[in-house]
Design a protein around this ligand. Structure first.
Ligand code: AKG
Ligand code: FE2
Length: 349
């Protein structure tokens, strides 16, 4: 039986000590483990490992325990999930007052049960979430309304935003250097003070009902933005395997205590003209005994500033244009603001 997290002193809060274990008999993808401390000190081998990870799996673990800022971020993430539970616990009609305007804005509440055209079986998803804009939290633009259970922790949300953003910027600097590009070339497109679609997402998926088959938590997708910083404590996240024996098969990314999971979004495919990858992923019910408890996850999405042009950086501009879906050919150049709106409208159709 999971221990109530509120019974644990704040500095010791740890989801993993109270949750059922991840089973050892399900297929997993062994994505690379990268050290935050080594990246922060520009360790060349670690930087090289990072580039390789995002060119193959598109995902890697980042060990947050070996760096003081990482340990702080991990505690902040656990804290955000804990107070967000209160927002999820309120009645559906209360949460619906904060609903994101479909096809118009990402920010606000999204109930479970949305059907995505991208799911070939058109299954309704089983995940609800709140998306909270960085610009609303930091006062870069006028804020929409969010549930009081979240906004009474605004300062903690601001700190989590700044620290996650800084981590994403470090990843962008590492990748630029490894591609022999000016080190700030990607970071400059993702400044924290610029207006952008950056946001926090906190998600909840209820325990799995074993009488239901073929349940999907979140259908297969790629993230839109630049870098995604993900915290989850229960299995359920899956990516496609590169193991020659099971090429393309969905397999779990096992949550590792003390680690965040980092992946790149489609904007990086665009900026790098396909030299970097945004991998497809999805969420299915957690495996084994983990399916019996609520699953929460916390995400910070770094997205390019609204006025950034969605085109390859200079070094790659003479190459044949690689589009996000892998097609080659010229495309109209949109600003990130326009691009995100188009993507969102497509998703909500
Ligand atoms: O909950 C997770 O583990 C992944 C969530 C995700 O992929 C998303 O929100 O885009
Ligand atoms: Fe995602």
């Amino acid at each position: 039986m999971p221990v109530a997290l509120t019974a644990i002193p704040a500095n010791m809060i740890s989801h993993e000590i109270s949750l059922p274990p991840f089973p050892d008999d399900v297929p997993t993808v062994p994505i690379a483990r990268i050290s935050y401390a080594k990246l922060a000190s520009s360790d060349k081998d670690e930087m090289d490992k990072t580039l390789k990870a995002v060119q193959t799996d598109g995902f890697f673990y980042l060990d947050l325990m070996d760096h003081s800022l990482g340990r702080v971020l991990l505690e902040e993430a656990e804290n955000v999930v804990n107070f967000s539970k209160e927002a999820f616990d309120s009645e559906l009609d209360e949460k619906m007052q904060f609903r994101a305007e479909k096809g118009k804005s990402m920010f606000g509440y999204k109930p479970a049960g949305t059907v995505k055209k991208t799911d070939k079986d058109l299954r309704p998803d089983t995940t609800e979430f709140f998306n909270i804009a960085k610009d609303h939290l930091l006062g870069n633009s006028e804020s929409r309304t969010y549930p009081p259970q979240l906004m009474q922790h605004k300062e903690e949300l601001q700190t989590f935003t700044r620290d996650s953003h800084a981590l994403g910027i470090l990843v962008l600097q590492v990748l630029a250097e490894q591609l022999d590009l000016p080190s700030e070339v990607f970071a400059d497109k993702n400044k924290i003070d610029s207006l952008s679609g950056d946001h926090i997402r906190v998600t909840k998926k209820p325990p799995h009902d074993p009488s239901q088959t073929n349940v999907i938590g979140l259908p297969s997708h790629t993230d839109f933005g630049s870098v995604t910083v993900l915290f989850n404590w229960l299995g359920g996240l899956q990516i496609q395997s590169h193991d020659p024996e099971r090429q393309g098969e969905w397999a779990y990314v096992k949550p590792l205590p003390g680690h965040a999971i980092i992946n790149l979004g489609d904007a990086m495919v665009k900026f790098s003209n396909g030299h970097l990858k945004s991998a497809k992923h999805r969420v299915v019910p957690a495996p084994g005994a983990q399916a019996k408890v609520d699953r929460y996850s916390l995400v910070y999405f770094l997205r390019p500033a609204d006025d950034v042009l969605m085109q390859p950086v200079e070094k790659y501009r003479n190459e044949p244009v690689v589009s996000v879906g892998g097609k080659v050919g010229e495309e109209k150049v949109y600003t990130a603001g326009e691009w995100m709106v188009r993507r969102m409208q497509h998703m909500s159709k």
